[in-house]
Design a protein around this ligand. Structure first.
Ligand code: GLN
Length: 192
């Protein structure tokens, strides 16, 4: 069984561990740099990206994480997507830049901080997983304002990409670990 690490410094890493089990992988909670050697891919969960970044610096995990993200499949959800982006705005923030996207943090505003949307994925998503609407949970989510030439939007919400892949990397601005539908996690496991 493939071993998938989940960055477990902060945020909803436990929900991702359960989702990975449902999708057929073995989750490993990552808190030290030496653990990167033992995993086939990595999930960076949702949470608070500024806090996660501080903890990554404090634990000296930022450089090992950047090295891993350049070599192996990485899936970032929400705050995790922000950490992987090449450009982060509102406010500007340091990021790994392995995914060529520009994100605007907390872009849905205070009134509509969190919501659940029923989305119709792009045909390619259905072909590679299974057809049917996707329930997407957004929690103080960023909006992806620009995607690069090497990236592909697999799901959109109001026209904005919310699930984007670039080679072996995947980012979602919503939380697939909070619903029973395991198509997004299975799509990631295909990259391992
Ligand atoms: N608003 C958070 C941030 O900017 C992300 C929210 C989430 O991960 N659910 O980091």
């Amino acid at each position: 069984m493939k071993k998938v690490g989940i960055l477990a410094l902060q945020g909803d890493f436990a929900a991702h561990a359960a989702a990975l089990v449902r999708a057929g992988a073995e989750p490993v909670l990552i808190r030290e740099a030496t653990q990167f050697r033992d995993i086939d891919g990595l999930v960076i969960p949702g949470g608070e990206s500024t806090t996660m970044l501080k903890l990554l610096h404090y634990d000296k995990l930022l450089a090992p994480l950047a090295d891993f993200a350049r070599e192996k499949p990485v899936f970032g959800t929400c705050a995790g997507a922000i950490l992987l982006a090449s450009e982060v705005n509102s406010p500007r923030q340091e990021s790994l830049g392995t995914m060529d996207i520009a994100v605007e943090r907390n872009a849905y505003g205070r009134q509509l901080e969190s919501r659940v949307a029923e989305l119709e994925p792009e045909p390619e998503f259905a072909e590679r997983t299974a057809p049917g609407k996707l329930e997407a949970v957004f929690i103080r989510a960023p909006i992806i304002r620009r995607i690069g030439a090497q990236t592909k939007a697999l799901v959109r919400y109001n026209g904005d990409p919310v699930l984007v892949e670039q080679g072996r990397s995947l980012v979602a601005t919503f939380h697939p670990e909070l619903t029973a539908d395991s198509r997004v996690h299975r799509l990631f496991l295909e990259k391992l």
